[in-house]
Design a binder for this molecule. Structure first.
Ligand code: HGY
Ligand code: MN
Ligand code: MN
Length: 426
């Protein structure tokens, strides 16, 4: 095996990923969980998610790499032989998707990390800090509403996870996690010792319009928004739709509507935070001629400022009391997630920008309006994020797409940043 010193800086800087191989894998992976609406539905710990995990493990094994699944269901990919001891350069993202989502969110970052690792091994480069690739489990929380599950477990933040995680129907995670190779009872063992990670790099689609509008292929992420999520349950009273006078109703659907508008107004009229979304809404019993007795609404607020998130949350909860008063319904809001806004590492921002420059790719610095595993890993290691443009700024929809040349450009920037960090230059 040749060492970094033998290869020399020029040869390292001339190294590129195999773009065709990366694009092929993106297309192949997108077929797993392809849904009738044209998108990809691969919620964490579903059969489709397990198939995606198996696909990535098979591609890694075919490249002569070693893979394992930890107790949280994270897939970890390393060189075949024992790596250099000491902190590693970790690269990755997630394989799970939202319902009817796109083919690139998360998957691109995992496959690019695999591609970088394979390129480094094929070039015979020995580094001071080993590159390791990871597919974090359940970043989205689409089925089991515990987003960032895998990255929280790997970074030893299981105190932020529920002891008895269940999906929206109340079914335990234990079984599906076991099927995915994990072990709920041993979740704590997924945690890596402190200082195991020299740096973490995540390559991701921007999922917004900025890079496309600026016609730039590379984004250097400066910070990642924080988020607070509520599970709001409304209890009214069922009744006959024809015989119950309007003044004697406790209509859970009416209360739900007020809740959704209160959330939206928190961001718009009140301007307390950047965005507010009520993404998951159910009403029961769901019969035309029955006054709804129950409703359940997910509400989330996001902002670059933790103080504004807290202010939005406080005012929203106060609004719920007024809605309960107005509609006679009982309303309970449970906070299920709170992440703080996280800055990326300044030195890694400069490194990513320098790599993009060296590769001749235009770049700019920008915040992320989306949440990422990177904001969880940033609690324990210097973290950097690289964005590539999203066509029409769309994501979390079947139309999610990025130009192939930009996908390859992003992976080359990831390669060069990982090599520089791996060589101990930075
Ligand atoms: O919701 C998000 O920001 C991310 O896609 N999980
Ligand atoms: Mn997403
Ligand atoms: Mn993502």
């Amino acid at each position: 095996m040749t060492t970094t010193a033998q290869i020399g800086t020029e040869a390292l800087r001339a190294l590129r990923i195999d773009g065709a191989r990366l694009l092929r894998r993106i297309d192949e992976l997108a077929r797993i969980g392809a849904d009738p609406l044209g998108g990809v539905t691969r919620p964490a710990f579903s059969a489709e998610d397990r198939q995606a995990q198996q696909y990535v493990r098979a591609e890694a094994a075919g490249a002569g790499l070693r893979t394992e699944v930890d107790q949280a269901g994270n897939v970890i990919i390393r060189r075949a032989h024992d790596t250099v001891p000491g902190p590693v350069v970790l690269m990755g993202s997630h394989l799970d998707t939202v319902l009817n989502g796109g083919r690139l969110d998360g998957a691109y970052g995992v496959l690019a990390a695999l591609e970088v690792l394979q390129t480094v091994v094929e070039a015979g480069v020995e580094l001071v800090h080993e590159p390791v690739a990871v597919a974090f489990a359940n970043e989205e929380g689409a089925l089991f509403p515990q987003p960032f599950w895998g990255s929280m477990a790997l970074t030893g933040q299981t105190d932020r996870l529920p002891d008895d995680p269940r999906d929206r129907h109340g079914d335990s995670l234990a079984g599906p996690l076991h099927l995915a190779g994990g072990d709920l009872a041993q979740l704590g063992r997924a945690a890596w010792p402190p200082r195991s990670v020299r740096s973490y790099l995540e390559l991701h689609i921007e999922q917004g319009p900025v890079l496309e509008e600026l016609n730039l292929p590379i984004g250097v992420v400066t910070d990642i928004v924080g988020r607070v999520v509520y599970d709001v349950r409304v209890r009214g009273r069922a009744g006959h739709a024809g015989t119950t006078p309007m003044g004697r109703r406790r209509d859970a659907a009416v209360a739900m509507s007020h809740v959704v508008i209160a959330a939206e107004r928190t961001a718009t009229t009140a301007g307390r935070c950047r965005v507010a979304t009520a993404g998951c809404v159910t009403v029961s019993p769901g019969a035309t001629n029955v006054i709804p007795s129950e409703a359940r609404i997910s509400v989330e607020f996001r902002d670059e400022s933790a103080a504004r998130i807290a202010d939005a949350a406080t005012s929203f909860v106060a609004e719920l009391r007024a809605v309960a008063e107005l509609t006679g319904c009982e309303i309970v809001a449970e906070e299920t997630l709170r992440t703080v806004p996280v800055p990326t590492d300044p030195a890694l921002r400069d490194l990513i920008a320098a790599c993009a420059e060296d590769l001749g790719h235009g770049h700019t610095r920008l915040p992320s309006g989306a949440g990422h595993d990177a904001q969880i890993v940033a609690e324990v290691a210097p973290t950097g994020m690289i964005f590539v443009p999203s066509l029409k700024g769309l994501s979390h929809t079947p139309e999610e797409d990025t130009a192939p040349a930009d996908l390859v450009a992003g992976a080359d920037v990831l390669l060069q940043a990982a090599l520089a960090l791996g060589a101990g230059d930075r």
